[in-house]
Design a protein around this ligand. Structure first.
Ligand SMILES: [Zn+2]
Length: 262
């Protein structure tokens, strides 16, 4: 477990399954203890026991089983509030509170916003609490989610919302995929010095069995190939090299398709 201090809360990070991360958000000014995407109820139960606090909320980003499998057991044990997207309520097990970009969940002591970041699935949402982003499988370290349900246009819209967050926003995504993602990134963005230093840093971290997550929005904008179309120089260079239209959406779409085949 790793813990990160924010002004109004602490984030506890737990590895789960093969490469998932589960996050517990422990409020400093209230009894709120919320889990984001409980892949495995037993890990969350143990963590709550260790903290000596009951679980108050489940925040689901999307319906995939490796994000919701703990809902049933946790709801039964703690009678916690299950929060998920109104747009995908039918697929979120035991959902109590349906939220959207217009209707935010109310968690005592925390200022929480919801972004629709559909693309990986339809009805995929992200939670933003102060300078912390919980984005599920929308944005990864140096990557983004596969487009199982949404269109490239939708995903590109979603990623631009995340890129517009403050540079210092910490990115708490749901998988440790960073190193393989960085290998693809190097392949398409060879002259990027910030990318080279990230590869060095994150490789060291993984050798020490440390997480590469959280990253932050500034680092993702500088090194994540799926946000790099926002950089005009990169966008034009990539479009020219691949003989595709010189616009950000075309470049994003080409990158996503290349990664799927990579
Ligand atoms: Zn997923």
């Amino acid at each position: 477990m790793w813990s990160y201090q924010h002004q109004h809360f602490t984030v506890h990070q737990f590895p789960a399954l093969n490469d998932n991360y589960i996050y517990l958000i422990e409020a400093k000014n209230s009894d709120v203890l919320a889990v984001v995407d409980p892949a495995d109820a037993s890990i969350v139960n143990q963590a709550c026991e260790n903290l000596g606090k009951p679980l108050t909320h489940i925040l689901n980003t999307h319906h995939h089983w490796d994000h919701t499998d703990g809902n049933k057991a946790l709801k039964q044990r703690w009678n916690c509030m299950v929060v998920g997207a109104a747009d995908d309520a039918a697929r979120i097990p035991y959902i109590d509170t349906q939220v959207s970009e217009k209707v935010f969940p109310k968690l005592d002591g925390l200022d929480i916003q919801v972004l629709d970041v559909s693309g990986h699935t339809l009805g995929h949402i992200a939670y933003v609490i102060d300078d912390a982003l919980f984005c599920g499988d929308a944005l990864f370290g140096a990557g983004c989610g596969r487009l199982f349900e949404g269109s490239p246009e939708q995903m590109w819209q979603s990623l631009q919302k995340l890129a517009a967050l403050a540079d210092t926003t910490q990115v708490y995504c749901a998988h440790e995929y960073t190193l393989p993602n960085l290998r693809f990134a190097r392949n398409v963005d060879a002259d990027n010095k910030e990318l080279e230093s990230r590869i060095h840093r994150d490789t060291q971290a993984r050798m020490k069995k440390q997480p590469t997550i959280p990253s932050n929005i500034a680092l993702e904008k500088a090194t994540n190939p799926f946000l790099r179309p926002l950089d005009d120089v990169f966008m034009h260079r990539y479009a020219k090299a691949q003989h595709i239209d010189a616009n950000a959406l075309a470049v994003f779409t080409h990158l996503r398709q290349s990664k799927d085949r990579w």
